[in-house]
Design a protein around this ligand. Sequence first.
Ligand code: NOJ
Length: 752
Amino acid sequence: MKKIPIRLLPLAICFLPLALFAQKTSVQNIDRRVEDLLAKMTVDEKIGQLNQAAGDISTGTDVKQDNLLNQIRAGRVSSVISHTNFSNKITMQRAAVNETRLGIPLVFGFDVIHGYKTIFPIPLAQAATWNMAAIEASERIAAAEAAADGQNWAFSPMVDITHDPRWGRVMEGAGEDPYLGSRVAEARVRGFQGDDLSLPNTLAACAKHYAAYGFPEGGREYNTVDMSDQRLRQTVLPPFEAAARAGSATFMNAFNTLNGVPASMNKYLVTDILRGEWGWKGLVVSDWDSFGETIKHGAAEDDADASAKCLSAGSDMDMAGGTFQRGLKKALEQGRVTQAQLDEAVRRVLRLKFSLGLFDDPFRYLDPKRREQTLEKPEYRQASRAMAAESMVLLKNDGGLLPLNAGGPFKKIAIIGPYADSRGNKDYMSFWTLGLGMRQYDSTKVVTPAMALKPALEALGFEVTITPVCLDAACTEVDYSAALNAARAADLVIACIGERGIDCGESRSVSTLELPRGQERLVQIAARGNKPAVVVLFNSRPLSFPWISENVPAILVAWQPGFEAGNALTDVLTGKVNPSAKLPVTFPRSTGQIPMYYNHLGTARPQTRLGEIWTSGYLDLPNTPAYPFGYGLSYTTFSYSDLKLNKSVINKSETLEASITVTNTGKVAGEEVVQCYIRDLFADISRPVKELKGFEKIKLAPGESRTVTFKLKEKDLGYWNHQSKFKADAGKFKVFVGGNSSEVKEAEFELK
Ligand code: NOJ
């Protein structure tokens, strides 16, 4: 047995019988300890274990917080969410273990969305790397930092698929595709949890928001969701199922109603599918007051009704709202929930705490020395820089304008725009960097383009000026003329434009995807100087910028890259890193095209030319996107040849192998994400025109070729039909392989 520190002796004596069994957190051991403890608990203590109280940061609507420490002492708090102050966490944990009757430790939860102290690129950008090992590694770093700072539980990953980039939370997910979303979900769960939740550098993960939160009407946060069961199962649920199968310890309900039923009281979602069909055994936490919001949805009468409905649906813990505190006992007394239902929810909470090792050492995650040694290690920054560079998507590079090379025709470079050198607004990051604090944070930790790109270009022999403009709510004439003057004095313009960091994330929906604050006009005006330009977009969602797409030779989507923004941008623009990222989400030409996603059904009347009537299209805009899903350029070029199938007919137990040769046809080494899609040509119902079924990221030297093989089985060819059955229909299929969802080679086969 481990040595017990002196300060924990009283606690250890009190828990000696439990500690003797604490050697290894086997499931049986945990279950036995849970039952022992449950048998000692009063109803009030049980209800207390289902209550999560808000800490020192508020990430939701106002909730009434009576003195938190007194609530803890009274055994009314099981978990604290969003608490940053380290020593307060120690005080709170002491109160929980030393001053309550049963000494049950608190579990601390936190939104760890793209790094904790070391900020990584936003999750959507991470998905653009298509590099699952890098994503897993970034979450491992975030977990190490958060766990060293006393957090035990990450409210992450967000695995919501969306078709609507107006929705601010598109930045938190992996985009529009259920297959890519599932692989990313697994990588993140593995990254947070590792193999052992009780280790001091892992966190419990939380797959959220269950479910369908990414499909709010009008793209408006918290709004109504109404969809077929088929779309739910085919598009929305796969990443959740992947997270469940990867062992995500917890799930979070969503705020929305789904087909009229608030997700928190949705038995079909929580009990029938998650716990029933998938056999998942973890804890379900509400979203911020989402149990209480069932009342506001008009789907519950009062706290008791809401408590009864949410608990009966299979949800367990009440985040921040206090609804269970006020209503669950009454619901129990009225016989609307049973003691067995209450016990089951409490078991899930206790199991989580045992798995995290909190009973064995409640201060395991509250060691000031480890905190000191772990936070913000230089190697974490290196990982963040590499990931940021790997996430940047090159949309356009006419005439090989990039990378910038000192031997080229340009000597003077003007870096202009609001994000040339911004030091506030959580720019280059997002609102979801709560580990840094909410509004006040140390912005000197962020490397801006002016700090990194300018000196790097100067070292290469360029003359560089920085002209930050359009810093306010809208660009003014003064901004426009400053930009034009800077452009006139230079040979090349780099325009750093996009969105403010604080405009990315929850409750940050927009009604239009156009570049905000008149920034497209900024580029237009700067172009009057007749100098070639590189547009660098710092964005959290697909934006629409038709004039720039048409007229600017080089466009790089840098997303919100995190702390290492300027360094990563330098790596890409100078060619130290060859871009390899691919869009995990379609970029529409205009807001009016939403919803726009590559894996749509084929209409019976596809439009073949603009304005063609009696077809499905617009009079004023083509049906194609500005940039399709899976798209992204490199400084080299790749050719695809020789798509071969091992068979032209397979039966349901056989595997189809599709092989293709990819060649680096350019002059520099590069990485390519080779993507494999299928189409079920005719089935019992209509099927999407393409569906991603595999991808592989490969690195090729100039002139090098590699054969990549994808394997497809019956389950890859199957689908959820209109009667909620998963099946694969015999018949013809197409398989497509290429470097994005529109430019592909194709072959046909048949499933018998
Ligand atoms: C509400 C958000 O929807 C959820 O994602 C987050 O984890 C909680 N607030 C806690 O901050």
